[in-house]
Ligand binder design. Structure first.
Ligand code: SF4
Length: 320
């Protein structure tokens, strides 16, 4: 009896890079400033160990973000770099008073847009609530540019808000939070404290683009690899978004060495995303490694803004 020939060749793997994966303009400008100035940086310039390592290789020291300023003076440090996350207003003033010059790499999205909104709304008599991680450098800095800003990141913190916030209350959010978390906490504030709360989504454009791209791609792919630092808020949120669609097939890595060949078994569509602090070279290294690990043919594409897939400039179109 004739039998169908059994194919033993491994399946073709289509690898798609999420739209706008990798470093945003704010991070690129901050790295450029740090490399140009070669002065000590107050905290990691971005939450990415590879970037921090590259700067260390150039002899650029990373100090405690909220260093004791007496010690800085004592050590003769008279110039520092402030990271893209921003720096508290009173600490900047303190640096100025001590004659310590600072090169300010605070992202313009924060300096001009978020701090500007805080000032404008407060001038109109609004109480401001920031929805974000109270321990994150961005939120610590942003709240210092207002008067008595409240910060919430959980239903318990919403419950602890004062009952008398007034007639005019507005909520803004950390630039890297997920829209879902912002909406849920806004709904909670309206439910338990301030029914008339106004809310403005202050996530920045690069973060919105990346979150939308990962949301889209993780519904197309069989598996996703999210590349970036484990302490990077925006990268961690991309992995969280992907896990909603691929709970068992989302892999967050901060190094190409963590890639496991087993992740490629039995899949034909792989999506790759990277946070705003992830250098594009790190994403390319993951692409390259996937090509080495997959036993069959690999086709590389990248996603355009509208989700259309186009040939990726990376290497060859097809790697066998
Ligand atoms: S993630 Fe957004 S806010 Fe942060 S540095 Fe990049 S552009 Fe600026």
């Amino acid at each position: 009896m004739a039998t169908e020939p059994v194919s033993t060749s491994p399946a073709t793997l289509e690898v798609v890079i999420a739209h706008s994966a990798g470093t945003c303009f704010g991070v690129e400008d901050a790295i450029e400033m740090a490399e140009a100035q070669k002065k000590p940086i107050l905290g990691p310039i971005v939450h990415n160990p590879i970037v921090v390592g590259h700067l260390a290789d150039q002899g650029i020291p990373v100090l405690e973000r909220y260093s004791d300023l007496d010690s800085l003076e004592h050590e003769g440090i008279d110039e520092v770099v402030i990271t893209a996350h921003g720096y508290p207003k009173e600490l900047k003033e303190s640096l100025e008073r001590r004659g310590i010059r600072f090169h300010d790499a605070t992202c313009p999205v924060l300096l001009k847009w978020v701090y500007g909104k805080i000032r404008t709304y407060e001038a109109q008599g609004y109480a401001v609530i920031l929805v974000g991680n109270p321990d994150h450098a961005e939120i610590i800095a942003s709240r210092s540019y207002g008067n008595g800003i409240h910060v919430v990141y959980s239903p318990e913190e919403v419950e602890a808000l004062p009952d008398d916030l007034g007639d005019k209350v507005v909520a803004f959010c950390q630039t890297t939070i997920t829209r879902e978390r912002f909406e849920n906490l806004v709904a909670e504030i309206r439910r338990v404290k301030v029914p008339h709360l106004e809310a403005v989504d202050t996530r920045c454009k690069p973060v919105k683009n990346q979150q939308n791209a990962v949301e889209r791609l993780s519904q197309w792919a069989d598996a996703m690899i999210i590349v970036g630092g484990f302490d990077s808020s925006n990268t961690t949120n991309l992995a969280r978004i992907s896990r909603r669609h691929l709970p068992d097939h989302t892999h967050h890595v901060d190094s190409v060495d963590l890639l496991d060949p087993a992740w490629l078994t039995g899949i034909t569509r792989l999506g790759i995303g990277g946070g705003t602090s992830t250098p594009k070279e790190q994403i390319q290294a993951v692409q390259r490694r996937v090509g080495e690990l997959h036993p069959g043919r690999v086709i590389y594409r990248r996603e355009e803004r509208d989700g259309e897939l186009v040939k990726d400039d990376f290497g060859e179109d097809d790697v066998v």
